[in-house]
Design a binder for this molecule. Structure first.
Ligand SMILES: Nc1ncnc2c1ncn2[C@@H]1O[C@H](COP(=O)(O)OP(=O)(O)O)[C@@H](O)[C@H]1O
Ligand SMILES: [Mg+2]
Length: 272
């Protein structure tokens, strides 16, 4: 068995004037080429967990435990050294994409410059890569490349920001509610491309979502989080059919399964 790319061990996150931990005793690992799903209701600590891996926790918070990425304990690094892992090693796709682009620089220039910061390639090659990845997102690549962010719709900007992260071919991709703001068709396009990237590069993926159907369909292993703790973990099929924890039961009760691989949600899971 290959070693995990990322191994989170007993992660605890609390505010500096700490009353109680916001994330507690969270352990999970993801191997090369594996997609792990982190699911749970809103406020359960999913995004904070992702932020700790990135070294981007809010300033009023601190973390303990270990975050081992390819044999380096990221949690022991200075913020400056931690940030060196971002981009080519660890890429994150946030739900809130608005901060991804500088408003007064064209999208294409921003993507090519980002690629060239991490890879020693010429402008022309970087441009071709940027156009390719924009096209894979289902965007009119030439037009988007030459546009300022304000000239595009929110969904288009979001897909361009996903393109920018994936263009770097990170070894670990963290997707935090990546498709929540997209319509179903575009969400599927983006997820299919992510799958393509995984096959091509063998990257590991942490897919954070409150969408259980998506987690069943797209992940290799699911971790269920509630109030800052992992309460259950297992293969998607186990979580669906043999869950033990009452919270997982409650989550699964919101999902009506249909024959085959199709699922529909009859209630918003994050409204539980
Ligand atoms: N900057 C912050 N300051 C104080 N509390 C925060 C901050 N960010 C998140 N929290 C709290 O931490 C908990 C977990 O938040 P989060 O990780 O964003 O949840 P999720 O992503 O699962 O919806 C929530 O109770 C939230 O209110
Ligand atoms: Mg969140």
């Amino acid at each position: 068995m290959s070693n995990p790319i990322i191994s989170i061990e007993k992660l605890k996150i609390e505010t500096r004037n700490g009353s109680y931990p916001l994330v507690n005793n969270v352990s999970l690992e993801i191997k090369k080429g594996e997609i792990a799903g982190l699911i749970g209701e809103s406020g359960s600590g999913k995004s904070l967990t992702a932020r700790a891996v990135m070294g981007l926790l809010p300033v009023n918070m601190k973390n303990s435990g270990r975050i081992v990425y390819k044999n380096s304990d990221l949690s022991a690094l200075s913020p400056k050294d931690h940030r060196k892992f971002l981009g080519k090693e660890i890429g994150i796709i946030f739900q809130d994409y608005r901060a991804s682009f500088t408003p007064y620089i064209k999208i294409g220039k921003q993507i090519t410059e980002t690629i060239r910061t991490h890879y020693p390639i010429g402008k022309k090659e970087a441009r071709n890569q940027a156009l390719e990845v924009l096209g894979k997102m289902g965007l009119d690549s030439e037009r988007v490349y030459c546009s300022y962010p304000f000239q595009l719709s929110g969904g288009q900007v979001q897909r361009a920001s996903i393109a920018m992260v994936l263009a770097l071919k990170p070894a670990l991709v963290i997707c935090d509610e990546m498709t929540t703001a997209l319509d179903v068709m575009n969400g599927e396009k983006v997820l299919n491309y992510l799958e393509e990237v995984r096959k091509e590069t063998g990257c590991a993926i942490l897919m954070i979502t409150h969408d259980l159907a998506l987690a069943y369909k797209r992940t290799d292993r699911i971790y269920v989080m509630q109030q800052g703790e992992i309460v259950e973990e297992g293969l998607p099929e186990q979580i669906r059919c043999q869950h033990q924890h009452p919270y997982t039961k409650k989550l699964c009760a919101c999902l009506l399964s249909l024959p085959g691989e199709n699922f529909i949600i009859n209630e918003r899971v994050n409204d539980l």
